[in-house]
Design a binder for this molecule. Structure first.
Ligand code: PEP
Ligand code: MN
Length: 296
């Protein structure tokens, strides 16, 4: 039976409302948990470009303590002439790299027709900002068993974002992770405007876990570390960060990609900030940091 909306609007968010699950949803991805006390970091290239690039990023981010490997293979590009992703062969590269380094993988799905091939090889299905209100895609993802990472559209209000998640829960899939990735405002100095107030508010309004993507939110690698630390303080459950072994040669979003060394610095700096707000890094990250502390 359909529960009733607390604010009385029969078309308002219901199943995503915090009041339906006050202790918060924990989304399981293999042995990981997103939305529990531990903070999770998903990192990797914007796009899977080739085997060497993907393996190099996977090795670097696993070594620094990431919990998940991200990489796009079907890319939603603004221009039809821009690199569109490797498509299905990219899925094989990504899933092999994830398996080799023990990282579950996140990749974007653009079309329900891609689900069959993706479900075997991808652990978390990303819905990109451009597809947040693609209702036939949301309906299809409501029927799958895999977790979904739902990014906020550039122009979506918090209410619209939560209602997009409501489609997934209404379809039967409650394994949903939200992701704030910046919204479009009058400010052009950054690629988008990171709306951390909505992250803090969303934590009060919904039981779903929330990641922050400081890469697309700012478009500038030098802002990724400060915004990541701010996201941790604002109550995010984790990060989605772009990393490339040679950002200057990236086929997509190089300007916002961290180098592996910068990603290592981010992971180091997250520890004390999380501690200050009563959280810890996901176990794997803690182990990577402990290893570095004892190695000469
Ligand atoms: C991405 O994660 O690479 C991406 C395309 O993000 P967004 O949908 O937020 O633009
Ligand atoms: Mn990108």
């Amino acid at each position: 039976m359909r529960p009733t909306s607390l604010d009385g609007d029969p078309a308002g968010p219901i199943r995503v409302a915090r009041s339906t699950h006050p202790s918060g949803t924990r989304v399981r991805v293999g042995s990981l948990e997103v939305g529990g006390p531990a903070f999770v970091v998903a990192a990797g290239p914007c796009a899977v470009e080739n085997t060497a690039q993907t393996e190099a990023v996977a090795e670097a981010v696993a070594g620094a303590g990431a919990s998940l490997l991200r990489g796009g293979v079907f890319k939603p590009r603004t221009s039809p002439y821009a690199f569109q992703g490797l498509g299905e062969p990219g899925l094989t590269i990504l899933s092999r790299a994830g398996r080799r380094y023990g990282l579950p993988v996140v990749a974007e799905v653009l079309d329900p027709a891609q689900l069959e091939t993706m479900l075997d090889r991808v652990d978390v299905l990303q819905v990109g900002a451009r597809n947040m209100q693609n209702f036939s895609l949301l309906r299809a993802l409501g029927k799958v068993k895999a977790p979904v990472l739902l990014k906020r559209a550039f122009s979506a209000t918090l209410e619209e974002w939560l209602l997009a998640a409501e489609y997934l829960l209404d379809g039967g899939n409650d394994q949903v992770i939200l992701c704030e990735r910046g919204i479009r405002t009058f400010e052009r100095a950054t690629r988008n405007t990171l709306d951390l107030a909505s992250v803090a508010l969303a934590k009060q309004r919904t039981h779903l876990p929330i990641l922050v993507d400081p890469s697309h939110a700012t478009g500038m690698r030098e802002l990724v570390i400060p915004m990541s630390l701010a996201a941790a303080v604002a109550g995010a459950d984790g990060l989605l960060v772009e990393v490339h072994p040679q950002p200057e040669h990236a086929l997509c979003d190089g300007r916002q990609a961290l180098t592996p060394a910068q990603f290592g610095e981010l992971m180091e700096r997250l520890g004390p900030v999380l501690q200050a707000v009563g959280r810890t890094l996901q176990g794997r990250a803690r182990e990577a940091q402990a290893d570095r502390a004892v190695s000469p």
